[in-house]
Write a new protein. Structure first.
Length: 188
């Protein structure tokens, strides 16, 4: 019989924790699962609010979308993006590790889905599907706000201070096979 290092509690019954980044911003997350390895506690986390991404569209004739990741640009366009989402009863938040939107997302419509192909470390293209929430202009630049259709998961550990910390890439590589084994066994 398989003995999982993960807890057997049902989803959402594990509670919630807050991740905090270097700028002091926080991100509330549900604990989807937990695992103890060599006395270290690890968590699989799902943000309580929906993650969003903002893209800038290329000039006329170009269909290239550029993900906005730098804080300076986000700060410049944030109030406009916030107002556009407020029209849909969504509250845009500049949270740790990801922008998020609180509120009920509109139903997914096939015509509003954008597929983005992202190169991974081995130069493979991984498609990511995103749902368009809103578009807006700021200083003659067109922007679009999307939410991923797949959940955004974070992997964290309980730090020495007792607060949760995101895993480093090296720690994640150690943790990933255990997580995949656990998830595979849950599906069987």
């Amino acid at each position: 019989m398989f003995s999982s290092p993960f807890s057997d509690e049902n989803e959402r019954d594990l509670g919630a924790i807050t991740l905090t980044d270097e700028q002091g911003r926080s991100l509330e997350c549900y604990i989807e699962d937990s695992l103890v390895v060599d006395g270290q506690e690890y968590f699989l986390l799902l943000p309580t609010d929906s993650p969003v991404e903002i893209f800038a569209w290329g000039n006329e004739g170009e269909e290239e979308a550029i993900l906005i990741e730098d804080d300076a640009t986000i700060d410049q366009i944030f109030s406009t993006a916030q107002a556009v989402l407020a029209e849909q009863n969504l509250e845009l938040k500049n949270t740790a590790y990801a922008l998020t939107a609180a509120g009920d997302l509109p139903p997914v419509e096939e015509s509003e889905i954008f597929t983005l192909e992202i190169e991974d470390e081995e130069d493979n293209l991984e498609p990511e599907q995103l749902q368009l929430l809103a578009s807006f202009y700021h200083e003659e630049q067109e922007y679009a706000i999307y939410t991923p259709l797949d959940p955004l998961l974070f992997f964290a550990k309980k730090g020495e201070s007792g607060k949760p910390e995101l895993l480093s890439p090296e720690e994640f590589r150690k943790f990933q096979p255990l997580l995949e084994e656990h998830l595979f066994n849950e599906v069987e």
